[in-house]
Design a protein around this ligand. Sequence first.
Ligand code: ADP
Ligand code: MG
Length: 257
Amino acid sequence: MAKNDLVLENVTKKFGGLTAVDRLDMEVCQGQIYGLIGPNGAGKTTIFNCITGIHPCEEGRILWKGDDITKLPPHRIAAKGILRTFQTIRLFPQMSVAENIMSGRHVKSSQGWWHGIMHTPKSRRDERENWLKVEEQLEFFQLHEFTVQPVQSLPYGLQRRVEIARAMAAEPSLLILDEPAAGLNDKETMGLLKLVFRIREMGVTILLIEHDMDLVMQLTEKLTVINFGKKIAEGTPAQIQQNKDVIEAYLGSDDDD
Ligand SMILES: Nc1ncnc2c1ncn2[C@@H]1O[C@H](COP(=O)(O)OP(=O)(O)O)[C@@H](O)[C@H]1O
Ligand SMILES: [Mg+2]
């Protein structure tokens, strides 16, 4: 069995009186495509925010390749190779596709500010390397023809691709996608499916939240289902489809996705 990359132990996150994530245990193995599903408001995005340090959890531990990352700030977690996209796209709308992707290189930059100002050999080397990585993403995500276009002028499907490209520019080991197919049409969703498989072939572990059940069933190897912040089931897509609690949670909710 593959090694565990990401381990959540007893993770709990409260907002005032509301327990958004309740004693959650979860293990994602290296190279897996792992799905996190559940009705709206179940706590899925909050779990991603805990993992990426945006809303650190009060209780429990999060381990990454054996290191405790529970209390680390977001930039330190990103520097460890955990990168994400957001449920609502967060790009720089007026900046070009290339500039947005370049912004993903930020977490790789270890040099002091003076290198840039002084145009040291290191800063020139880094800049070359950064543009090379941006080029790679433009190619991989088939965004070349839009290189200089401001992202706000692009359709939603392409903006989603730019956001994943930006995360990939940082050379992640774990890519976390929060509802990557939201707002996409069927053709764009199929394109996304192929992209995610190709990203995994590159050795990247993928953790995703997705409402599109067809996509989840085709894409993921293992799933955790949560409802009201608690894990109600865990298993392969086939096991989850048969699970009574899961069927009840979905049919019993107002979620019409
Ligand atoms: N920053 C926040 N402040 C207060 N409550 C929040 C915050 N983020 C999420 N919540 C609440 O936590 C619960 C889980 O939300 P969320 O994780 O966004 O659910 P999901 O992604 O599964 O739809 C919801 O009741 C939501 O209102
Ligand atoms: Mg959410």
